[in-house]
Design a protein around this ligand. Structure first.
Ligand SMILES: NC(=O)c1ccc[n+]([C@@H]2O[C@H](COP(=O)([O-])OP(=O)(O)OC[C@H]3O[C@@H](n4cnc5c(N)ncnc54)[C@H](O)[C@@H]3O)[C@@H](O)[C@H]2O)c1
Length: 276
């Protein structure tokens, strides 16, 4: 399995490390506009590989190597933008420009696998990346609310909870109290306040998506996919495969309030897309 990672910052480098440890990649293609950063991560990962039972071939700075990649994770960005912001949307101006830079390089590489988009605002960037690469939208997914669902599990002490809609402020937590929902939704900011980034939760979430793709388990995951009717990406339960990308989208049964909130979330995402 060849996996490409564009952007080896906090998220991308942690993901690369996670994929090595979990044996989910035979070959990793590391790409970043910051050449010193790629070289440093290449060296660190090279040191790591000797301690692992599985072999991983590392490739760096070579977009052409994406031609035979099965999966491409997009996590380029600039997390320092959030230093003066209170919303993931603040990143949009920067990250949309990064998509404009990177999309032609992905197209030129001849990549034809599944793209997992992580960069924020996650649902908006997933659509922009799909549009600018001209990809089949079923083969572009966003990491979406898998991480928010994990956070809600931690805050509620339940494992039957689910977050859908935007990976952002308008997300909809199903069947929990407002207090728990707000607490869970603030988790990312709480981690960010101390570390100025988040990485482990998202990297392991993306690794889980990759493992479902590789093992073709058919497991439903709360991730972001394209809704033809709404004309945007948002999270619901999704079944994925390496060959087809999104195989099935399942909207869970919703109360009338939850249904209205999901519509608000969809409109929020669409409104944000229009701001590009
Ligand atoms: N969806 C989620 O749940 C989730 C969770 C955490 C972080 N994120 C997002 O992931 C993104 C990355 O976060 P991070 O903390 O790793 O940021 P970071 O600033 O540490 O790293 C971003 C990397 O992208 C690289 N980059 C920038 N422009 C590029 C370009 N044109 N081509 C190639 N590489 C480029 C930078 O050099 C840098 O190494 C951010 O948008 C962040 O908000 C999303």
């Amino acid at each position: 399995m060849r996996i490409g990672i564009i952007g080896v910052g906090h998220v991308g480098s942690t993901l690369a490390y996670t994929l090595c440890l979990q044996g989910l990649a035979d070959e990793l293609v590391l790409l970043d506009e910051n050449k010193m950063k790629v070289q440093a991560e290449y060296l660190e990962l090279s040191d790591t590989i000797h301690n692992l039972p599985n072999k991983v071939v590392l490739i760096k700075d070579d977009y052409a190597a994406l031609k035979t990649a099965d999966i491409l994770v997009f996590c380029a960005g600039d997390i320092t933008v959030l230093e003066n912001a209170t919303d993931r949307l603040a990143e949009l101006r920067v990250t949309s420009k990064i998509v404009e830079d990177v999309a032609p390089k992905i197209v030129a590489s001849g990549f034809s696998g599944v793209i997992i988009s992580v960069t924020n605002p996650c649902d908006v960037i997933a659509l922009y990346l799909a549009e600018l690469t001209g990809s089949d939208k079923r083969k572009v997914i966003g990491s979406g609310t898998l991480i928010d669902t994990n956070r809600l599990m931690n805050r509620s002490g339940r494992d039957d909870v689910l977050v859908i809609g935007e990976h952002g402020e308008s997300q909809v937590a199903l069947d929990v109290s407002d207090v728990i929902e707000k607490l869970a939704a603030k988790t990312g900011w709480e981690i960010y306040a101390a570390k100025q980034h988040t990485a482990f939760g998202i990297a392991s979430s993306v690794a889980r998506i990759i493992s479902v793709l590789e093992q073709d388990t058919g497991e439903l995951l709360p991730i972001s996919s394209y809704d033809e009717t709404a004309g945007c990406y948002y999270s619901t339960l999704v079944k994925i495969s390496l060959e087809q990308g999104v195989v099935e989208r399942v909207i869970p049964s919703l109360s009338s309030t939850e249904r209205k909130r999901l519509q608000v979330s969809i409109q929020t995402i669409k409104g944000n897309y229009d701001r590009i």
